[in-house]
Design a protein around this ligand. Structure first.
Ligand code: GLA
Length: 387
């Protein structure tokens, strides 16, 4: 006679096994990563997945320290630039791997007016007469120690970083509560979820400032990487690297990446915008519905990068209306990376999902003003593949 029902003990064991299988992803552990010069302890979290991808992130700046992904032969390399020690990050970092904010990219003249009041920010970028506030000011979100909570769900490990930016910090209005969660899942996706709320109206524009080299950090320049950006327009800049307000067509310019093009193919072209940026350092207007206000959660393709030697492919999706493509023009060989190699000019690129630079002074751009009582959510996904 065939058993039609399982004995109660066996079915209990099976259901327990199913439950623990569903939740078998372990919560990442916190490990010490030294102390800041002010004595604050910094921790590092290591997220791993079943396909051999490994992401390490620390509480200083919510910074991604390393990101190992396989190439087309299954060989792993660390594909982001960075340092070995906390002290190096504190001393001088061009925002390697960090979350930048409260306002990523530039605000013209280091000032903006909101609800009739002028706010003054640090002018930490640009030559005299061409000054702006860059990446949140003198001590932006990349230079503070965040709180962290390790997370796990079925098939994904995570860490949630949180930071309270006090009213008046770096000149910005309102106590701003920020949560940035990194998830690494078994589908080789690194997902960045942003959540922000403030008790006063304030501009906000956070981004992830990782420098990628899909050959592996320290392995030469990124000029052979092939980039695709589905954007019909970009925001041209003036001599201060501030958008003029125009949304200009990329057609017929070296900024047209609608079809895959090597980053280096046209970087030396005789083009006013490339001269002003010292290469690519421009915001692209993503082909997607423009939001009149702050963005929602659905993500859209923003960029794809293919590295022909290793076969690595990075695909970026975002809910943001723009993406800054920066070709590492300010790297100059003076910084030494974590494995001991120097980082010459254009040895890494950044693709920073964002609202457009200088939006607080540009009424025609999608608004970056977060009002009290609202929760702003934004998501960017980095997918790692090979071809
Ligand atoms: C952004 C800016 C660049 C540069 C880098 C960091 O990409 O647009 O001009 O400041 O950050 O060096």
């Amino acid at each position: 006679m065939k058993a039609t029902t399982q004995p109660p003990l066996l079915s209990a064991v099976l259901s327990l096994a199913a439950t623990s299988f569903a939740f078998c992803t372990e919560t990442p552990e916190a490990k010490p990563f030294g102390k800041t010069k002010d004595g604050a302890p910094v921790e590092v979290f290591t997220l791993v997945n079943k396909q051999g991808v490994k992401l390490r992130a620390m509480t200083y700046g919510a910074t991604v320290l390393s990101l190992e992904t396989p190439d087309r032969n299954g060989k792993s390399a660390d594909i982001v630039l960075g340092y070995k020690t906390l002290g190096q990050y504190e001393k001088s970092s061009p925002y390697f791997g960090a979350i930048v904010g409260r306002y990523g990219n530039r605000i013209a003249g280091g000032k903006f007016t909101l609800q009739g009041k002028e706010y003054k920010l640090a002018e930490n970028n640009g030559a005299p007469g061409l000054k702006s506030s860059l990446h949140g000011g003198l001590r932006g979100f990349d230079k503070v120690v965040w709180k962290a909570e390790p997370l796990a769900q079925d098939g994904a490990q995570g860490v949630r970083f949180s930071y309270l930016s006090k009213d008046g910090e770096e000149g910005y209005p309102g106590n701003l509560e920020v949560k940035v969660t990194y998830w690494l899942n078994d589908q080789n996706e690194w997902r960045v979820d942003y959540e922000m709320a403030s008790d006063k109206a304030t501009p906000v524009n956070l981004t992830q400032h990782s420098y990628f080299n899909l050959k592996g950090e320290g392995r030469g320049d990124i000029l052979g990487h092939e980039l695709t950006v589905p954007a019909a327009k970009f925001t041209p800049v003036n001599a201060a690297m501030i958008p003029t307000g125009e949304l200009r067509s990329v057609a017929g310019t070296p900024l047209d990446f609608n079809q895959p093009k090597a980053i280096g193919a046209r970087i030396q072209a005789d083009d006013e915008q490339l001269r002003l940026g010292g290469g690519y350092d421009h915001n692209f207007v993503l082909k997607r519905p423009l939001f009149s206000g702050l963005s929602g959660r659905g993500t859209f393709p923003a960029a794809t990068v293919h590295e022909p030697e290793t076969g690595r492919v990075l695909t970026i999706l975002t809910s943001e209306p723009g993406i800054q493509f920066y070709s590492g023009n300010f790297l100059d060989g003076t910084l030494t990376g974590k494995a001991g190699a120097r980082y010459p000019k254009r040895s890494g690129f950044c693709l920073e999902t964002q609202h457009y630079p200088d939006s607080p002074n540009q009424p025609s751009f999608p608004s970056t003003i977060l009002k009290p009582g609202k929760v702003l959510k934004s998501t960017t996904v980095f997918q790692f593949g090979v071809k």
